[in-house]
Design a protein around this ligand. Structure first.
Ligand code: 5GP
Length: 256
């Protein structure tokens, strides 16, 4: 059992106090939930895969100048992150119609959107993270106009970069959800990318076959959830196959 002070427990992650002031440890659980936690399961190895995939995405995005909360991965399930004040918004970028937007607007899933659409949901589990308009964000003061401009600009850059990255490994980035936080710096604050980017928070379809390689495999009972996440990690070059054991158990880290 950990003797560290737990700060917060979410559906897929736990936050602990970090070793230095202003830091936290983000622990990735194997728990999976869907439909506002009405559906629950434990998927062996999911936390390890999401830790590795999210580490990879945060590092790559940092390299193109996106400020993030990520400091370093400390072990297979944990990463050291900067403590930020989470902005209570889920920012969703969509390139292809799917999920709630396809349903809400009566668009067939898989239809390419005329352009990238950025949506906002309020982070409120008890309300099922409702879709909101920018007007609500301004009126209720969840973020300032300047912060929102920055959030939208960063989200579109993240989308551009990730679309290219995934296209290079034969994956279509259908949509994804990201979160931002305020990092206190020199009496002011900076907006940084927070939370995680993983197959839990993205829709990733194989470009050739449209096979889903993301959490929809869990939501829609398609099976082979961790196998799909493993495939994403292997295509990204994070993990390499170990020929000795079955595919989803056969991954060994490249670097440790
Ligand atoms: P949708 O609104 O269609 O359900 O989701 C759009 C995208 O955002 C999908 O990639 C989905 O995985 C992600 N997303 C939306 N809400 C959440 C959430 O509460 N948690 C996570 N991990 N991802 C979400």
């Amino acid at each position: 059992m950990s003797r560290r002070k737990q700060i917060y427990e979410g559906k897929a992650k736990i936050l602990y106090e970090g070793p230095e002031p202003g830091t936290l440890i983000q622990y990735f659980k194997d728990d999976a939930t869907a439909f506002n936690a009405q559906k629950k399961a434990t998927l062996d190895g999911k936390g390890v895969l999401n830790n590795r995939i999210s580490e990879y995405m945060m590092i790559r995005l940092g390299e193109i100048g996106i400020p993030t909360h990520f400091i370093k991965r400390v072990n297979m399930r944990e990463q050291l992150i900067k403590k930020v004040e989470i902005i209570p918004l889920e920012v969703i970028c969509r390139n292809v119609a799917a999920g709630t937007m396809a349903k809400r607007l009566g668009i067939e899933e898989g239809e390419k959107l005329p352009r990238t659409i950025v949506e906002f949901c309020l982070k409120r589990d008890d309300l099922g993270d409702p879709l909101i308009a920018e007007e609500h964000i301004h009126a209720f003061g969840w973020a300032s106009q300047a912060e929102l401009d920055e959030i939208i600009g960063m989200s579109l850059r993240i989308n551009d970069y990730m679309q290219g990255l995934f296209a290079g490994i034969g994956i279509r980035l259908v949509d994804f959800k990201i979160e931002f936080g305020r990092l206190m710096v020199d009496g002011g604050h900076q907006i940084v990318l927070a939370d995680e980017i993983s197959p839990d928070s993205c829709r990733l379809w194989d470009r050739e076959t449209n096979k889903k390689l993301d959490k929809d495999r869990f939501r829609r009972d398609l099976g082979d959830v961790t196998e799909a996440y493993t495939e994403v990690a292997m295509r990204l070059g994070i993990l390499k196959p170990n020929p000795a054991t079955p595919p989803h158990l056969s991954v060994v880290p490249n670097d440790k």
